[in-house]
Design a protein around this ligand. Structure first.
Ligand SMILES: *[C@@H]1O[C@H](CO)[C@@H](O)[C@H](O)[C@H]1NC(C)=O
Ligand SMILES: *[C@@H]1O[C@H](CO)[C@@H](O)[C@H](O)[C@H]1NC(C)=O
Ligand SMILES: *[C@@H]1O[C@H](CO)[C@@H](O)[C@H](O)[C@H]1NC(C)=O
Length: 367
C-alpha cells in the first residue's frame, strides 16, 4: 500500500513536471517572434532572459505609474538597468506594449493609447525573424539565420557592457538625478564620447555652458598620455576588465582578469565614469576603477552658486546668500536669497578663499 502511494506520488510529480506551466514558460523565453508583443501589465512575468540568465529585458517599473522598456542585470540586487529604449519618454502602466512589428519587422514601443513613442530603425528589418536577448546583454533583432539587423549595443544609454563598442557615432549620457529612490529616467548633463580631435572625453553641458572635464583639461594630450586624430574612434572594455580606446586611453579594473566576474562601465549621474564588478554571492556592485578619485573635480557636480567642499567628506554647500534650488538635486545648484537686480539695495560682495567657480563666473546682475 505504501509502495503504490509513492508510485502515485511519483506519477503526479512526473506529470506536473511535464505539463507546461504558462508562467515559467513565459518567464523563460529568450526571444520574441515577429508579430508578438510584451504587455506592460505582465511586467513581472513576461520578460526575455539571456540564455545564461545574466540579463533580462522587458518593462521596467521606474515608479508605480511610469515604465520604460529596458535591459537589466537580473542577478544584481535591485536590478541594474543597462539600456533603455528612450529614457526621456517613459510609458503608462496600462495598455503599453513592445511589439516586433509584423509588417515592418522593427521593434515598436506604444503607449496606453496605442501611440508609438519609440521604434528601432527599420534598416534591414523586412528580413526580421525575432528579437533575442544575448548573453552579452545585447538586445538583437535577428533574421532567420541569426544575423543581427538591429542591436541595442549601437544605442547605448549610460552604460557600456564588455564587448560593446563606443564609436564615433555613439556616446554614453548620464541619467539625471531623481531623488533617493534611485531610478532615473531622463538624461543628465554629462556624456562620454569622442571629441573633434578624436580624443575620448567626458563632456559637461547644462544648456548654458559646456566643457570637457576629462582627461585633465589643464594638461595637453601628450601629458594626458593620449593620441589625437586617430579617426577610427573606437573604445571598449573586455570581459577581463581591460579598457582600450583608439586615442590610447587605457585602464585595467582593480580585479583585472578575475574569473567569471560580470562588469559594466557606467557614466554615473554625478559625472564620474566608473567600472563596476558584480559580486555574484551578494548581488552587489563594487567599483573597480573610476575616472576621478575626488568628486569635487567633476564639473558642475554641485551646480550653480554652490561650492564643493573637500573636508571632512566631499559635500556641496551653497555660497553665502544662496539657498538650494532643489533639495533633492545638487546639480540644480543654489539660487540667491537676495534680489539680484535691485541695485538700490545694499549688496555685499564676499570673497571665498581657495574656491573656483569654474564655468559659473558671475556675468549678470552687476551693480
Ligand atoms: C520611428 O522613430 C523615428 C525617430 O526615432 C521617427 O522619425 C519615425 O517616424 C518612427 N516611425 C514610426 C513608424 O513610428
Ligand atoms: C540657464 O540659464 C537660464 C537663464 O539664466 C536659467 O534660468 C537656467 O536655470 C540655467 N540652467 C541651468 C541648468 O543652470
Ligand atoms: C588607431 O586606433 C586603432 C584602434 O582603434 C589602432 O589599431 C591603430 O593602430 C591606431 N592608429 C595609430 C596610428 O595609432
Amino acid at each position: 500500500m505504501g509502495r503504490s502511494f509513492i508510485l502515485v506520488l511519483l506519477i503526479t510529480v512526473g506529470f506536473s513536471l511535464l505539463l507546461p506551466s504558462p508562467l515559467s514558460a513565459a518567464a523563460a523565453r529568450d526571444s520574441l517572434p515577429r508579430g508578438a508583443s510584451i504587455a506592460v501589465e505582465d511586467y513581472t512575468t513576461d520578460v526575455l532572459r539571456s540564455p545564461d540568465g545574466t540579463f533580462a529585458c522587458g518593462f521596467y517599473r521606474g515608479s508605480p505609474t511610469v515604465f520604460t522598456f529596458s535591459v537589466w542585470f537580473a542577478r544584481a540586487k535591485g536590478r541594474t538597468v543597462v539600456w533603455t529604449a528612450d529614457r526621456a519618454r517613459p510609458v503608462h502602466s496600462k495598455g503599453s506594449r513592445l511589439t516586433l512589428d509584423k509588417r515592418r519587422g522593427a521593434l515598436v514601443l506604444t503607449d496606453y493609447d496605442g501611440a508609438p513613442v519609440w521604434n528601432s530603425s527599420s534598416a534591414g528589418a523586412p528580413a526580421a525573424s525575432c528579437v533575442r536577448l544575448r548573453d552579452t546583454g545585447n538586445l538583437v533583432v535577428e533574421d532567420a539565420g541569426g544575423k543581427a539587423l538591429w542591436q541595442s549595443f549601437d544605442y547605448p544609454t549610460d552604460t557600456l557592457l564588455p564587448t560593446q563598442r563606443l564609436t564615433a557615432a555613439t556616446h554614453l549620457v548620464s541619467s539625471a538625478h531623481v531623488g533617493s529612490d534611485g531610478r532615473l529616467l531622463a538624461s543628465g548633463y554629462y556624456s562620454l564620447g569622442f571629441s573633434d580631435y578624436a580624443m575620448l572625453s567626458l563632456f559637461y553641458d547644462n544648456g548654458n555652458f559646456s566643457s570637457i572635464y576629462w582627461p585633465n583639461p589643464y594638461r595637453n594630450y601628450v601629458a594626458n598620455n593620449r593620441r589625437i586624430y586617430n579617426f577610427s574612434r573606437e573604445a571598449a572594455m573586455d570581459a577581463r576588465g581591460e579598457f582600450f580606446s583608439s586615442d590610447n586611453a587605457h585602464f585595467q579594473a582593480a580585479d583585472f582578469a578575475a574569473a567569471g566576474v560580470r562588469r559594466r562601465l557606467t557614466l554615473d549621474a554625478d559625472g564620474n565614469l566608473r567600472a563596476y564588478s558584480l559580486d555574484a554571492a551578494t548581488g552587489k556592485w563594487a567599483v573597480s576603477w573610476m575616472a576621478f578619485g575626488h568628486p569635487c573635480i567633476i564639473h558642475g557636480v554641485c551646480g550653480a552658486n554652490a561650492v564643493c567642499l573637500y573636508a571632512p567628506v566631499p559635500s556641496c554647500a551653497c555660497a553665502p546668500g544662496h539657498e538650494r534650488a532643489d533639495p533633492r538635486d545638487w546639480s540644480r545648484g543654489c539660487i540667491p536669497t537676495f534680489r539680484q537686480h535691485d541695485c538700490g539695495a545694499p549688496t555685499k560682495l564676499m570673497a571665498l578663499p581657495h574656491s573656483d567657480f569654474w564655468g559659473y563666473d558671475l556675468n549678470d546682475g552687476h551693480c
